[in-house]
Design a protein around this ligand. Sequence first.
Ligand code: IPM
Ligand code: MG
Length: 357
Amino acid sequence: MKKIAVIKGDGIGPEIVIGAIKVLDVISKKYNFPVEYTDVLMGGIAIEETGVPLPKETIDICKNSDAVLLGSVGGPKWDTLPGNLRPEAGLLGIRKALDVFANLRPAILFPQLKEASALKPEILKDNIDIMVIRELTGGIYFGERSRIDLEDGGQKAWDTMAYSTYEIERIAKVGFETARKRTKKLTLVDKANVLESSRLWREVVSKMAADYPDINFEVQLVDSCAMQLIRNPSQFDTILTENMFGDILSDEASMLTGSLGMLPSASLGNTTLGIYEPIHGSAPDIAGLDIANPIATIMSVAMMLRYSFNMEDAAKDIEDAVSKVLDKNYRTLDIMGPGMISVGTIEMSDLIVKEII
Ligand code: IPM
Ligand code: MG
């Protein structure tokens, strides 16, 4: 029995998670493993119902599960709350509570979506297949922050980006080992020309590179990397970077693949318990309209099978089903193109389910 904690969240979260659960249901029948879902609250909806973005019960249930499936959190309704009570604080809190320090964000261009990519075909070349490995439980997201009043009537606010050797080493190990299973090229992205924390990253990771002589290790500054992702994206294979840089670069990488609605993610720690969520947000402007793309969340289920359950065949089955539906020219609005057939969230999920059965 696989126990799955389900956090539908806010905005389009519930719609896309329902699609992903349909896929997980058929996969569990086909591959013969029972699944048990427990719905838990987090984000804006948790604020409404319990007063806090991350109730203790949610943490406990997630910790006692085999995997967490997550939609998205946040929305304009909660934008004026203090930082520690915003929906996003729930997301950061669950990542920290489960100690999932390694966030894997693959940006893969389906050949069928070349037209939907923001880049010209000659820049895309044959393929885009980048794995962004984002540190997820440290850095500026979790460092000391505050705000004070100044005598001049203004205010001063700060956030701190801090990393320890231990935090860098454990994520870098994931980076080297991931690169080893791919094309053996690892790019560390930092801002070592300015930031002391980046200089520590560069020292620690460069030292570790000596233990991985088979890996083609290089470093890039984050501003340059942002530019190179648009200029020549196929130079990248595995990108290793700190929390905030990874947040930004993974959104950028998603546009190479056509849409933010296509990119899944896995957040992993030292156990098999992981959090699986699309990299996109809650898109409150299109919530409830049945137009959101469920593919990122469905592909996150594939990552769950691969990383938490060690079921590579079942993971591939989902990815192939998505590819077949794209072959048949079905598209949600975000990836719509001339001559394609427009479908909504529910229909897209059902089409993928049909390919799996
Ligand atoms: C992401 C999101 C979150 C993040 C937000 C919603 C807090 O942008 O998962 O990329 O910054 O980590
Ligand atoms: Mg983000």
